[in-house]
Design a protein. Sequence first.
Length: 237
Amino acid sequence: SMSADAYRRRHEITVSGGDVPAPFTSFEVAGFPSEILREVHNAGFPSPTPIQAQSWPITLQGRDIVAVAKTGSGKTLGYLIPGFIHLKNSRNDPRMGPTVLVLAPTRELATQIRDEAVKFGRSSRISCTCLYGGAPKGPQLRDLDRGVDVVVATPGRLNDILEMRRINLHQVSYLVLDEADRMLDMGFEPQIRKIVREVPARRQTLMFTATWPKEVRKIAADLLVKPIQVNIGNVDE
Ligand code: ADP
Ligand code: MG
């Protein structure tokens, strides 16, 4: 097996922050529950992608993370699998509100994330729903009323539903900002900040982004606590 440094060099991984754990160079060393390993094997994935290999051990330690990696690098499972494990340990009642909250910029992305969560969370019996604009609220509210573990939402629609007091974020303890750069480009910063005010401060926060410009750094500094940063390849600023 390869040393952590050799693996990072080979896959152009750079890390910053204290005590960064070694990457999981294979699924076998990750120690995932068997129901999750089964889904990964069913999908036919040979090994973790570099962002998964380096972000999983960090996230599973409960630490905040900023992950900067290009589109197509496997970021979704990078945060979903540790989210499933977090859920399993949390033992929250889904009727009291979600435990895992994922914010994403568009309806298309949010539904893709939901589909991945449903596929890979099936054996773990995870319930997931998706909230996005441009569609009637009724079915989304009915899904919420049934109780869900994971909510994937665009910031605009989630904010509307919060203002209607039809969702409670008080048991969210795993918050993901996916495509943070795009969410800020689309002008969602005020909605993101309002949503985060409803989430307890005692939480784990994960930020995934393809680029690392000043605006994203600023919101990361405000919302994350002592994050470890993982970059794959050259990072555009
Ligand atoms: P990103 O969010 O970084 O753009 P995605 O999470 O959408 O990337 O993943 C891109 C594609 O790679 C998806 O089809 C996903 O199912 C697939 N994928 C994820 N993890 C792996 C893996 N370990 N090995 C092979 N394919 C993977
Ligand atoms: Mg993605």
